[in-house]
Ligand binder design. Structure first.
Ligand SMILES: C[S@@+](CC[C@H](N)C(=O)[O-])C[C@H]1O[C@@H](n2cnc3c(N)ncnc32)[C@H](O)[C@@H]1O
Length: 275
């Protein structure tokens, strides 16, 4: 695999897409609140050394840098760090870095956080083990990942309220088409369901988890919609949805009298056992 993630898995999304920053910022708006709450519960505070993996548009890396203060430090990694350009902090080290293949310090961090990243990696169990090794004994891990494929696609679609849309079966096919595009790139749209087992398998102690997602009123978020828009041709290419059905989903999800669920986020935490 090369540094851009090509090989066993190729990152599904295109950072060059003209609305990619907006799409990632929408993800942050939906889930930063719960991520911050969980990190605060884990005790993250002044002096902590943190690793933020696949930092995307960067809000969690910046929040961590502010929270750990001048005596702490944050290493924020991503295949492509363009969205953190110019948003410097003295205690923030932004690295262009492939978490699958590039070197990573052992026992260097009090916290490792990765949200919506492992889902994209074909070798996610290996990466999880690397992340545990990067923690000092007793250090904390918060891994958050999506679930929208398989049976969850049907469940998510059941929450759709859209007066001018064909109904849940059509919405389910949109989620399933996204999962199929993910799978074609080595990603797993059901990874959230496997996260707890993988943490246990990686030797993480004191594992706990919750799942959540907000109910969206149409037009209020651009994460799900941006995903459908960016992947539109590839969704149609799966044969699961037509171009017309993709258009219908985008039109319905822009209407304020529509309500729908974005993917579930599974947040799971634990500790590297103290030595
Ligand atoms: C869906 S975004 C999530 C961004 C951010 N973690 C968040 O939740 O707001 C996934 C991020 O993982 C990064 N990524 C994908 N594969 C990666 C890899 N092999 N190594 C490091 N980062 C990777 C992408 O570039 C992208 O920024």
């Amino acid at each position: 695999m090369d540094r851009w993630g090509r090989g066993m898995s190729k990152y599904v999304f295109d950072q060059e897409w003209h609305k990619e920053r907006e799409r990632l910022q929408a993800l942050e708006s939906l889930f930063d609140g719960s991520s911050r709450r969980l990190l605060a519960d884990l005790g993250v505070g002044p002096g902590w050394r943190c690793l933020e993996v696949g930092c995307g548009a960067g809000s969690m890396a910046l929040w961590l840098a502010d929270r750990v203060g001048p005596t702490g430090r944050v290493v924020a990694t991503d295949l492509d760090t363009r969205f953190l350009a110019g948003r410097d902090r003295v205690n923030l080290d932004v690295r262009t870095h492939n978490i699958v293949t590039d070197p990573l310090e052992d026992e260097a961090f009090d916290l490792v956080h990765a949200r919506a990243v492992l889902v994209h990696l074909a070798d996610r169990q290996q990466v999880l083990k690397r992340l545990v090794t990067a923690l000092r004994p007793g250090g904390c891990l918060l891994i958050e990942d999506v679930d929208f494929g398989g049976p969850t696609a049907s469940m998510l679609a059941q929450y759709l309220i859209a007066p001018r849309y064909p109904g849940p079966v059509a919405a389910e096919r949109v989620y399933l088409a996204i999962a199929a595009v993910f799978a074609a790139n080595g990603a797993d749209g059901s990874y959230g369901t496997r996260l707890i087992a993988d943490l246990l398998g990686a030797g993480v102690a004191g594992v706990g988890a919750e799942l959540h997602t907000p109910v969206i009123s149409g037009g209020a978020e651009q994460w799900t919609r941006g995903t459908v828009e960016q992947l539109a041709d590839r969704l149609v290419g799966t044969g699961i949805v037509t171009a017309g059905e993709v258009e219908q989903f985008l039109a319905a999800s822009a209407q304020p009298d529509t309500y729908y669920l974005p993917p579930l986020m599974v947040s799971a935490w634990g500790q590297r056992p103290p030595s």
